[in-house]
Design a protein around this ligand. Sequence first.
Ligand SMILES: [Zn+2]
Length: 296
Amino acid sequence: MSRFAGYRLLACPSCQTVHAVANQVSFNLMSFESWTDGQKRHALMGSREGVRQCAQCEAMFLEREAKFVGHTRRCQRDDEVPYQIPDFLLRPAYETNWSWQGLRERLIKLGQWVLRGGLPSAAAGPAQSSEAAGSAVGAGESPKLDYPEFLYVPDSALASIIENPTHQSDPLMLALRKLYWRYLNDPYRDKARRFKAHGMDATVGFFPTELQTQNMRALLQLTYHYQPEDVVTLAELHRELGEFDIAVRLLKQCEADNEEANTIRDAAVSRVAAPLPVVYAWQTPNRSQVDCPRTP
Ligand SMILES: [Zn+2]
């Protein structure tokens, strides 16, 4: 069961537009189907590897690259929490150093802004005249603007984003290529389900296309560089590329109860390259033990 408690306000690193993102208090990671490449089907929560797109300027970034602006109970702009920060006070995430000239300009702007009565708490505070309050509340049409949500980057858009990179950072490209990897494996998944329904094994028919191979190679390189601790993903990529011994070697550092690692290792030892559903302990019914007895 997923529950939500309030929202985080996150600003786009490019245009500073503030978006509302629901806080998850508890959520269910159980999904009906989970695969060795990390694809989940019918999962309640899909993180999309943190890939987000601004609803205003359509810039793409990782959620951790967005600027945290504050918390709010509702995703409406009339919330009691004052968070309206003028654009010129917000520093772009990629701006690493301040120049004296820039600082001076900002201070001048800040001074002008305060002179115009721009202090946030003064404007929103209770000391307003009853007239002003009445016109805002009494009219019954005070604007309740919702914060936008980040746009969803669909799988079908990944190819053109990856092939025509504009200013994507390497960590963002890693996330995009991971999503693309799973997406390109989806046709095989459909085939495997059809074969399974007929009691057949589809794994011998897994042959990555040149596009898949190229994406997996690029993803391997990015993962080794930026997430070398993610040995399960590294091993799975090597396995799907047919490099079984490297996969087995990498997985030596995994805990014995790591079910993803165990599934990948067993497949690599059996020289199977196809993506496979991971069967977790809590998912193991007697039926599947009868269907697929584990050979020692
Ligand atoms: Zn933006």
